[in-house]
Ligand binder design. Sequence first.
Ligand SMILES: [Zn+2]
Length: 277
Amino acid sequence: MVPAKHEPLVSLATWQTIQERRFGMAAKVPARVDLSEDFPLRGFVTCGHCGEPLTACWSKGRSARYPYYLCDTRGCVESRKSIRRDVIEGEFETLLHQLRPSEGLFNLAFQMFRDLWQAKLASTRTQGATLKQELRAVERKVEQLLDRIVDATSASVVAAYERRIKELETQKALMRERLGSNGKPLTSFSESYRTAFDFLANPCKLWKSERIEDRRAVLKLVFADRLPYVRGEGYRTAEISLPFKLLGSLNMTEKEMVPRAGIEPATLRFSVACSTN
Ligand SMILES: [Zn+2]
């Protein structure tokens, strides 16, 4: 791996996180070849009895076609027993709606992220100040060597000084380059966090999208695993992804002190993407 000469779009750390998310999630929400806008939950919702993903189809009635989800596993007690689409998808929307964090907690989380962003910016600025000092020290060294060259009489000594100056000049160029990009975030706070926070505030909004890709993204982002459903009873306990879990558990302790230590690990995932380090 060679450092890029152009300004990176994302840091290497961010890129790695994205790869982990993409391939880690692929196992939970399979990309189906027959991904259908008619059945966004197909392949994601599982049968509460046998654990296999539900399938879905249009069933022909006398005068119209009706959409259904069903378990297609041989030997399962629920095999081929259809669940009306509006029932299973309606209950899904209710579930999604329940995951919306309360306004107070949402604002608190938002402020915490902003504080972290500021802290990270401040620390990169400190690093910049140190780097400036180091650069000045190198510049002084070059000046001293130049003075010595003037006084030197031996050709070999002059050549040695020149080699050393060349090395220091390269070092200076590298430091200037680092200083040039130091402390500047790749995007502003509002740009980086707006989409994420819009989604956290109300995942139902994206679920209402016309695009099947958006709706599948909701499944990937909100749930940590597939969702079991029992016909006539509803969804079993859902494995919710970390940000929603966190906002949900905060919900329960809203009146108490917010445990800061409990929040730190999750916020690390949202570290500021700066152009250096
Ligand atoms: Zn089944």
